[in-house]
Structures are given as C-alpha cells and as structure tokens.
Design a protein around this ligand. Structure first.
Ligand code: ADP
Ligand code: MG
Length: 459
C-alpha cells in the first residue's frame, strides 16, 4: 500500500523533495485500515504535516478510501522508536465536522492531536548536546549534578551565557537525566518569567503560601533566565526563601542567566552571594568544530543530507550562536523543499543572504586582500606573492581564511589568487587561522575586527 502511495506522491512533487521527505519513510504496519509509517524525527513529522498533509491525504485516499487513516511513528533521538500520540485522522466523522471548511473536495480532513506538554522538553537531552571547548565545564558540571543531585558541591549550579548558546537545553538535559535515572525524584523546571507570573497570580488570590509550598516539595529546582527577576523585589524575596529552604535540605538548584552573577543588575546582594556558593560555569560561542558537529547532529536527527562543502560554509558563516545556526539550517531545508531545489552552495548563500546580513557577494577576494594587507600593514603584492616572511605568511593565511569564508571561490581558485598555490595550502591556512583563534586571544580580536570591516562593506 505504501509503495502505491509513494508512486502517487512521486508523480506529484519534485524529485528533490521526494528524496528528502518521502524516501526516508518506512511503512510499519497496516491494520484495520490504519497505515502506520515511521519517520526519522519529530522535526520531520512536523515538516510533513505542515507541507505535505494534503498530498498524503490524497495518496491515502487512493489506497484506503476515505476511511483510511494514517499514523506516524517517530524515531526519537534516543534511538527507540515509539508510537507517538500524533495521528492524522481520516475518519468519516472528521469529514462531517470539517466539511464546511473544505466544501469543494468533500474529502477527509486531518486532525492532529497532542499530549499536554511536560515541563521538560524530552528532546533536550545530554545525548544530543554536543560537547566542545565552548561548553565543556558547564556540560560536565551538569552531568555531575544529574548523577548526584544535591550531593556534589555544585549547589547551586549556575550556568550563564548569551542567547542561543544552549543554557535551556543543558538544564533540561539535567532534569531529563535525573528523571530517567532516579524516577522518584521530583524535578521542576520553571522559567523565571513564569515564576514571576505565578507569584503575582498567587498574591492576587491570596495563595502565596501554596505558591511557596509547591517549590519546597522538589528534589531539583531548575530556574531558567534568572536575570528576569531583576528589579522584582517581592519575587526575589520569596525566591530567596525557597532557595534557602531547598539548599538546607540538600535539594539541588540549577539556574541560568544571560550574564555572570556579578553583572546581574537589580538582584539583591544576598541572593547574588548565595549564587556563588556552588559552581558557576559559562557557555561560550561555539567554535568551528562544534558548529560542524552541531550541523551533523541536526542533520542526523532530522534525517536529511547536506553536502560537506555546504556544511562547512554554514559553519564558517554562522558563528554567532547555536540557535541561529539551527534557524539557518531549517530555512535552508525549507527553501530547498519549497523551490524544489537541491541544497547546494549556491542555495545556501542565497538563503543566508536573507537571514544573516554579514555576507554579500560584494566582498570579493580583491577587497579581502586589500583589507587584510592594510590591517597587517604588509604590501598587497607580497600578500599575493610567495614571500615566506612570517608577518606576510600570517596575513596571507588570514586573507585565505576570509576568502574561503566569505566568497564563492573554490579552494583551487583561492590558491590561484595567492600566487598560484594549491588547494591544500588553502586548507592549511584556514586550519592555522582557526587554531590561532582558539589559542591566541589577541589574534582572535584581530580577526573579529577584520570581520567587522568586511561586514561594513557588505551592508
Ligand atoms: P539559550 O537557552 O542559551 O538561549 P537554547 O538552550 O535554547 O539556548 O539553545 C538554542 C538551540 O541550540 C536549541 O535548539 C538547542 O537544542 C541548540 N543547542 C544549544 N547548544 C547545543 C549543543 N551543545 N549541542 C546541540 N544543540 C545545542
Ligand atoms: Mg533559554
């Protein structure tokens, strides 16, 4: 049955879309007119639902008739397939119910059901939290806390870092890990914003006792984005009280913030001093390798394939934070699917241009060479030639690095623009620059300054 459906679908959409979204689907079973198909990820499921629901419905109609139903089974990131509560329902009932909305075709209509959200996002686990230099301490501290909540000296554990760097993911991972290993522990996740709102509501209803009491039950309290408590004196007071009680009872507290505790303005000193009792760990911007690894992970999770040169391009270009990197990836896949194009470098550049404003075709090799030569005060001719003087070698490597990151040129073409070197020299240059950025802060600052210059030109 599924094969026939596939034939139908194939005849109605582009090849690339078919390969991306339908080839990976596995039929699981057909029972009582219900066809179950297995999809590689939650994201994949949502994408199908959003973009291909009508097509799927028609395909099912041709095979099972209007009473046929389709159910999805989503392979979870952890590797165990399970039956999801999501289903696409084609029953006659629904047809009647939705008939008015879809008067013309009189066909079955789709209904999606969702279970209520748990506080913890089951997709945020350690298994898919990529480790890198940028997060090593925070990640291992989180892991230690998850193994022995309340017992390690990491109490409270305070994770801080800029937006999109993985704070929320990490603290959910801690919660999920504890729930899995120590199921009778009571884990509570709450954003500071919700904490404030719930407190205000409790005050209005004269229920502040109840409000406090619910938090005193927990074994692990995760409170996200505490910078949001800033300036909210009453809420801070009640939080201070909860904090002390839990801490005294050896209950684990995990907090996140968008800046280091000492920079948290508008928070009472006594709270801040308590935040320092345990361990404070930061999340940095992801380095290049970590960005590559994150793209790989995401591709695998979503069951899609992207060529290496495109992955590298994305990793070079989107260096701000992980959320942005993921956003770009999703847009790219979206573009490819909607325009029925293959995901290649050209498409990646086009999509990125709309999202990240950094890169523009205007930044060509000539411009990069001139900017870098000026910056390092070396002669442009030397830069483009074969001199092996140390300052020139470094400037040249930097220029190659930018040429690779910011232009369409192939490695071979870049080599050609620098005195006819071969592509391995360019790879080596890029690598050296990456390494130096990791080890030499002054050098990293230079690169950042250069980046800014390129961005100004681009905008
Ligand atoms: P923050 O709370 O710091 O703003 P999030 O935890 O919401 O950031 O992370 C943003 C996105 O990046 C999420 O989709 C998250 O899954 C992903 N992410 C962050 N860090 C990692 C990591 N180390 N490995 C894999 N994905 C990550
Ligand atoms: Mg967050």
């Amino acid at each position: 049955v599924w094969n026939n459906c596939l034939q139908y679908i194939k005849a109605n959409i582009g090849e690339q879309s078919f390969t991306t979204w339908f080839a990976p689907i596995q039929p699981v079973k057909l029972e009582n007119n219900v066809l179950t198909i297995q999809v590689p990820s939650q994201f994949f499921y949502e994408w199908l639902e959003e973009h291909y629901v009508h097509l799927l419905r028609k395909a099912i109609d041709t095979q099972l008739g209007p009473n046929g139903r389709l159910e999805y089974s989503v392979i979870m990131d952890k590797g165990n397939a399970h039956q999801t509560p999501y289903m696409v329902n084609y029953s006659a009932n629904n047809r009647a119910q939705y008939g008015q909305q879809m008067p013309t075709n009189g066909q079955a209509v789709v209904e999606t059901k969702r279970v209520p959200d748990a506080q913890l996002n089951p997709n945020y686990v350690f298994e898919n939290y990529i480790e890198g230099d940028c997060n090593r301490l925070a990640r291992s501290a989180g892991h230690a806390v998850a193994k022995k909540p309340g017992i390690t000296s990491f109490n409270p554990l305070m994770i801080y870092g800029g937006v999109g760097l993985g704070k929320t993911h990490l603290v959910h991972a801690i919660g999920n890990e504890i729930k899995q290993n120590l199921p009778d522990k009571y884990v509570l996740y709450i954003s500071s914003e919700n904490f404030v709102n719930q407190f205000i509501e409790a005050v209005q209803n004269n229920k502040t006792q109840d409000f406090t009491a619910q938090f005193l039950q927990v074994d692990l309290l995760i409170i996200d984005d505490v910078q949001f408590l800033s300036g909210k004196e009453k809420t801070q007071e009640v939080f201070f009280h909860i904090f002390n009680q839990l801490h005294q009872a050896n209950k684990q507290i995990v907090m996140t913030s968008d800046c280091p505790p000492r920079e948290l303005k508008g928070l009472q000193e006594r709270l801040l001093s308590r935040f320092k009792w345990g361990l404070t760990a930061d999340l940095q911007q992801p380095d290049f390798e970590t960005r590559i690894a994150i793209i790989h992970k995401k591709m695998k999770a979503d069951g899609i394939y992207i060529a290496d040169n495109v992955i590298e391009y994305l990793a070079y270009t989107v260096d701000t934070n992980i959320r942005e990197l993921e956003g770009v990836l999703i847009s790219l896949i979206g573009h490819a699917t909607l325009t029925r194009r293959e995901i290649d470098l050209e498409l990646a550049k086009q999509v990125l241009k709309n999202i990240v404003h950094d890169i523009e075709s205007e930044v060509g090799i000539d411009f990069i060479q001139k900017t870098v030569a000026d910056y390092f005060r070396v002669s442009l001719d030397d830069l483009k030639d074969k001199t092996r003087k140390k300052e020139i070698v470094i400037a040249r490597q930097v220029a190659m690095f930018f040429a690779k990151a910011y232009t369409n040129h192939s490695l071979k073409s870049i080599g050609y623009h620098f005195g006819g070197r071969d592509h391995s020299t360019v790879i080596h240059a890029v690598q050296s620059v990456e390494d130096m950025m990791d080890t030499d802060n002054k050098f990293k600052t230079s690169i950042d300054e250069l980046k800014k210059k390129m961005k100004i030109k681009a905008s």
